[in-house]
Design a protein around this ligand. Sequence first.
Ligand code: ADP
Length: 452
Amino acid sequence: MKKWSLKVKLTVLYTFFMTLLTCVSLAILFSLSNQEILTSVQSDLKEQVNGGIDEIEIKEGRLDVDSDFMDLDQGIYLSLYSEEGEFLYGRIPYGYENQEELKDGIIQTIEGSYGKWYVYDVRYRLDGYGTLYIRGVTSVTEAENSIRITLRTALVILPLLVIFTGILGYRFTRRTLMPVRKITETVRRIQKDKDLSRRVGLGKGSDEIYQLSDTFDQMLEQLEEAFNREKQFTSDVSHELRTPVTVILAQCDAMLSSKEISKEEFTQVKMIRKKAEDMAQMIAHLLLLSRADQGRQQLTKEMLNLSELTEIVAQEQQLLAEERKIRVYMEIEPEIYALADESFYIRMLVNLISNGIYYNREGGYVKVILRQTETEVQGIIEDNGTGISEEALPHIWERFYREDTSRSDSSHSGLGLSMVKWIVDAHGGTIRAESRVGEGSRFFFILPKEKK
Ligand code: ADP
């Protein structure tokens, strides 16, 4: 049952109960009507036999029976007997053996080789003639046959009724659950496209599911507003912070170039400058991401020689890596061209390679691999550094996510990989990471060659 959809479950339940109800009603109806028919056959028989008395009279000392006596009314055969049981007059149905004793006022049920019969006799004293018996015979088998035929027809109709009820129930349930399906589809689309502007859009209705869908739409509306406010806030804050940070940097530069500054002051101002630089970079990342969120960040794509560009970036990073005795290797296929935004491609590589250096140990390495197929560019940035734990791996693309928050380096705020992910997505590519704690990490990116 667990694997079945709600639609199927409701249909099965509905069909089962409808069938059960129909079967029980039919069974009750048949048993009642069976009894009713047999009782009415018996009372008809009695009535006809008693009515037959009126057809007999004595005329000129002889027995005179009206021709109505021979009528086959309601399938009842009437016959006349002397007190000794001798047949005098009347009709006997074909197949009835007529061997029963005459018993006054009792309905006998006789099972013969041609079926079942009800036999009813009435003793009657006819003035001027003597005692007579009137016998009525009617077939029970015929009455039962008509019930049996109706039962058989019902048994043929019942499966058809079950199928019809099932189809009807399924269509009805499908229609009723349609809003639930729409809600699920909307949520899936929102998850897939990260587009909160989607709505179920069924409008208002009095039924509970329509109310649910309407409430859901209202909730989405509020969520979208909240997200937009948050995006706007991030964008405003980053804008507002840009100017003071630029001023701090400029002031630091001015102080550092002044001849009057002492050695101690120089070190302190240099420290301030480094932190202000980290802050400026963080603000730049934030601005980029908030512009990307609002769909305002455009790419300027051109045909680039990615082999050359990658080599230049890797060489630059090598200089920084040397301070920490880390080597940067390159395995770059020549002449790889693709449509890409130069500054964003550089930012992406810088982030991936600098992470490989930063989360590494003395004597470690970072390997930069770039190759191509007919349609795409494949890159791998591999290191043998600290690695990322299995629990942290799915979260590294989230904003401000840092596995080890005890590191106090302000240049690593946890925004780098979310920016890398946006850059790859914006180029129509994909990126994923593999890692093992203590062994190192591998970042695989794929960029299409021609996507505009
Ligand atoms: P950060 O600015 O802190 O480096 P990122 O978004 O670049 O932020 O990375 C998020 C987190 O992923 C980092 O805090 C770090 O824990 C982990 N990480 C990223 N790259 C690597 C790597 N090459 N080796 C180990 N951990 C990494």
